[in-house]
Design a protein around this ligand. Structure first.
Ligand code: ZN
Length: 221
């Protein structure tokens, strides 16, 4: 049987070393050693909680690759922590699976123009898709492959889903932009009544609807 706990520690250690977190990489080395010698997880559990703890380690930049990298790291952490605390594997994986369907963009309250930043599509994809991928890879002993972020992002599954979402937005006249900043005025009519707006992506990226907690748009019921 695969030693998932040891595997999670080893993978975390690789990511930490790649990101120059030597202190935590060494901490994990000790965890691996403890596990091999005495099956003790006490030292690893001590890494969590409090200021400057292992939970505060930030992996990945604010770009799309960084998003995925950070998310994979977080899932490995939760796997290691869960197993160290004696949680059942299925419960840990279920906890990761938040199945978020909501995606956030902008809308002009006056003319209805809508747009979304491409990084928010990426964020949505990352949160909604990665838990399943993580569970599949883990069970097929391929977890290590998730550490290759570029390969992960360019995988057929993820790029197909991304295309599907982009198509949905296109069909709904929602402009996709790569500008990653706050929208102050409407690019179409110049109105300042621009608000944050949310949509739900449903049925495996085949359907998009407006969330019901949005502000009202003029001329729209
Ligand atoms: Zn407008």
């Amino acid at each position: 049987m695969t030693d998932y706990y040891k595997q999670s520690l080893e993978h975390l250690r690789i990511v930490l070393l790649e990101n120059q977190y030597d202190f935590w990489a060494n901490w994990l080395s000790e965890d691996i050693e403890n596990w091999e010698k005495t099956k003790s997880t006490e030292h690893h559990l001590r890494a969590y909680g409090g200021m400057g703890s292992f939970n505060d380690v930030v992996i990945g930049n604010q770009d799309s690759a960084g998003l995925w990298q950070g998310q994979v790291f977080g899932m490995l952490q939760s796997l290691a922590y869960g197993l160290a605390s004696g949680e059942v594997l299925e419960d840990i994986l279920a906890r990761n699976n938040t199945t978020s369907t909501q995606i956030s963009g902008w809308r002009c309250q006056d003319c209805g123009a809508a747009r979304i930043n491409s990084i928010d599509i990426e964020r949505f994809l990352c949160v909604s898709v990665l838990p399943q991928i993580f569970a599949n890879y883990l069970k097929n002993n391929r977890l290590i492959e998730l550490l290759n972020t570029n390969k992960l992002i360019s995988s057929e599954d993820i790029s197909n889903r991304k295309t599907a979402i982009e198509r949905l937005f296109g069909q709904s006249n929602i402009e996709i932009t790569s500008e990653n900043n706050w929208l102050w005025t409407c690019p179409k009519c110049g109105s300042e009544k621009v608000c944050s707006y949310r949509w739900e992506i449903l049925n495996n990226e085949t359907k998009i609807i407006e969330s019901d907690d949005n502000l009202e748009i003029k001329g729209q019921k």
